[in-house]
Design a protein around this ligand. Structure first.
Ligand code: ADP
Ligand code: MG
Length: 696
């Protein structure tokens, strides 16, 4: 395999454009991409035609506007290139108009009241900053999705807006500090993606996996992850074949797939790409998840991206590594050799510290979902409390600035370490805390609370906007200062002092932290229904509207969509459980009991003296459990019906999260206990042992 040749071969990227577009057209397009100007229709026509010719060579017959509606998954509606001619034949055509704008019927995408059906039309608009690509014989054009009244109906539009904002404010601050060269700042992201691989034949036998992506019943396997023998373990041949195929497909799509390894839970794995700009990283991560699912099928495997497919072993997350980088190539979160003297770094750090403190709720909300609620705070993922880890060295710098002893402290710190010539202030001292939700790891922050299936646009919209806001406050203050140097120092000291409570370098999994965080007044929003109402708090509405990232109407619509979706997910899970319980599990256990009873009768017919005590014990145990199981079924049915009648979305989400979910857990507990006493031949589903250890 010639990787450099393969890489990006299915992408209409910069090199391809340069090669295939007339010079003038290429220049005009690049200008649009750089400045965000509207694209001239004549230019668009030439680009579209070149794109089509290229796509035809790659085997494409169709094109689609590829977008990211509020469902979280990507959407596409394919149109073929065919155009009839007079002689009853067709030619393949693609116009600039079709490239720039699409009009999918928007009425069936969630919009949370923004788009009543009478104004059902929305349109997709090409985002020329993300390259078009060919996937499954279709030319995919990355687009943003808006309503005709201009509101965003997707995740991409607010992401692009937030990137603009953070760039503008960061440039303002940099200019003040004397960097006049930088004209743009981009946020960069490298998302580490976890997933499970299980055998497809086993998957096909489980309604719960098929309908909900996670197991709703299933007793623990005799072996779980306790031996810690899977993490970084050698990769099984079938999994390896999948990973090789995956890399190849991702590379073709221009995705920088870099590392692959086994994760903590059995059957769990991870892929991490090299970081890129947030916009591209988001598109690429969406594509990655899709390609993972498809490639798995080819290997008769199923890729599970649910946050918690199996109880009792770790679920899957996604680490969002995030930084800021100038168009001159500088990473603004690089502390350099001596962070204590690095004013620029300290100022950006201060902005992030203040932002994370003031908008803990938004960061928590950005990762909230029914699936992720299983993980946060469950000692496998960071808690629901948002705090920051900055490492001991940086904490020492911060403390010395707060106490006004900076010069001395910077020196002592080095001596204490016994290292005079650190090559760079690097991750050695900053990468050790795996329990923190938001950790500084040398030259970037790693936001670790994301669930595996999340569209990373959500947390990055929040991060970008929060930091834009803090930087704009800093710039406002510093622009008025007489003596900039003194003002910057005072600002850093003040922010570190006032917001230091958000920094926590200890063990985030410990129960003591929950108590300590409460003492510090930090938020602990345990579940999605508890967190979500804060989205529309006054300060948050002000933040997003001030920066034009969301309108107030968009915020309310997102608030509604998220809560509704949460309820729908739990409702589907509850109905699936009821179906499994009533149609499969109850009859199976009952049949097994009948089998044991008839075995007793057969023995007794032979001779009254043959003991049946063992059968009787099991019959008794299972019969009692069946009574209990039936009661729990009825209890869950009652809760599901009650939930349906609740009008208010927030109340309804809360009810699903507490009452319905609670009743589901009770039903599961009895079901799992029956599984441990029922003969394997009778149990209707593959066991956890088969699912987790079935791929060899
Ligand atoms: P680890 O595996 O220890 O978490 P790595 O340095 O390998 O750390 O980084 C993990 C992820 O962080 C990768 O996806 C990588 O591309 C990304 N990353 C590294 N530097 C940056 C940066 N400046 N901005 C965004 N992401 C980054
Ligand atoms: Mg990492």
């Amino acid at each position: 395999m010639n990787v450099p040749e393969l890489f990006g071969s299915m992408v209409f990227d910069d090199a391809t454009m340069k090669e295939r577009l007339p010079k003038e057209t290429y220049k005009a397009l690049k200008k649009t991409m750089k400045n965000g100007d509207p694209l001239d229709i004549n230019v668009a026509n030439i680009v579209a035609n070149a794109m089509k010719d290229w796509a035809l060579e790659k085997g494409a017959t169709h094109y689609t506007h590829w977008f990211q509606p509020m469902t979280g998954v990507t959407a596409e509606k394919h149109d073929s290139f065919i155009n009839p001619t007079d002689d009853g034949k067709v030619i393949m055509e693609f116009s600039g108009k079709e490239l720039i704008k699409g009009e999918p019927d928007a009425s069936s995408f969630p919009s949370g009241g923004i788009r009543a059906t009478f104004e059902a039309r929305g349109y997709t608009a090409w985002d020329p900053t993300s390259y078009a690509f060919v996937k499954d014989g279709t030319l995919c054009i990355p687009t943003a999705f808006c309503s005709y009244t201009g509101e965003a109906l997707d995740k991409k539009t607010p992401l692009l807006r937030s990137m603009e904002r953070v760039s503008a404010e960061a440039v303002r601050v940099l200019h003040l500090l004397g960097d006049k060269e930088t004209t743009r700042v981009v946020t960069t992201v490298g998302p580490e993606q976890e997933y499970f691989l299980i055998d497809k034949d086993l998957y096909d036998q489980r309604k719960d996996l098929i309908l909900t992506g996670r197991t709703l019943f299933g007793a623990k396997a005799p072996k779980g992850q306790e031996l810690e023998d899977h993490y970084f373990g050698s990769i099984k041949p079938r999994v390896m074949a999948f990973m090789q195929d995956l890399d190849e497909e991702l590379w073709k799509l221009g995705i920088y797939s870099k590392t692959r390894h086994n994760e903590v839970a059995p059957a769990q794995h991870e892929m991490a790409p090299i970081f890129t700009t947030t916009n591209l990283a988001t598109d690429h991560n969406q594509l990655t998840m899709e390609v993972m699912r498809k490639v798995a099928q080819k290997h008769n495997l199923v890729c599970l991206l649910h946050e918690k497919p199996f109880a009792g072993v770790n679920g899957s997350g996604k680490h969002n590594n995030w930084s800021l980088s100038t168009n001159t190539g500088r990473n603004l979160l690089s502390p350099g050799k001596n962070p204590a003297q690095n004013t620029e770094f300290l100022l950006f750090l201060a902005a992030i510290i203040k932002g994370v403190y003031e908008y803990q709720d938004l960061l928590r909300i950005s990762v909230a979902s029914a699936g992720n609620d299983h993980r946060l705070g469950a000692n496998e993922a960071p808690p629901a409390i948002i705090s920051m880890f900055i490492g001991d060295d940086l904490k020492a710098v911060m403390d010395s600035i707060i106490s006004g002893t900076e010069a001395v402290a910077a020196g002592t710190q080095k001596l204490e370490l016994g290292v005079d010539v650190l090559p760079d202030f690097k991750k050695d001292t900053t990468d050790r805390n795996r329990t923190s939700p938001f950790a500084f790891t040398g030259n970037k922050f790693e936001f670790r609370s994301l669930g595996s299936s999340l569209n990373i646009a959500c947390p990055n919209i929040m991060l970008n906007t929060i930091v834009a806001e803090e930087l704009s406050q800093f710039a406002d203050e510093l622009e008025k200062a007489d003596d900039l140097d003194t003002a910057v120092k005072a600002l850093i000291k003040r922010v570190f002092t006032d917001y230091q409570d958000i920094v926590f370098n200890g063990d985030n999994y410990s129960p003591e932290w929950v108590v300590e965080a409460e003492r510090r007044g930090l938020l602990n929003l345990r579940s999605m229904p508890e967190a979500m109402p804060h989205f529309i708090d006054k300060k948050n509405v002000e933040l997003f509207t001030k920066h034009n990232v969301h309108t107030e109407r968009e915020m309310y619509s997102r608030y509604e969509i998220q809560q509704e979706e949460y309820g729908k997910v739990i409702n589907i899970e509850a109905l699936t459980m009821l179906d499994m319980a009533k149609k499969d599990i109850f009859p199976a256990v009952s049949a097994y009991v009948a089998e044991l009873a008839s075995a007793c009768n057969a023995k007794k017919a032979l001779s009254e003296s043959i003991p049946c005590d063992a059968e009787v014990k099991v019959i008794e145990k299972l019969s009692k459990l069946l009574v209990c199981f039936q009661n729990k079924i009825e209890a869950l049915e009652t809760k599901v019906n009650e939930a349906k009648g609740i009008e208010d979305v927030a109340d309804q989400a809360m009810f699903y999260g507490k009452e319905v979910f609670g009743a589901m857990n009770e039903l599961r507990a009895i079901g799992d206990e029956m599984e441990t006493s029922t003969a394997a031949d009778y149990w209707p589903y593959p066991s956890y042992a088969e699912l987790l250890f079935g791929v060899r």
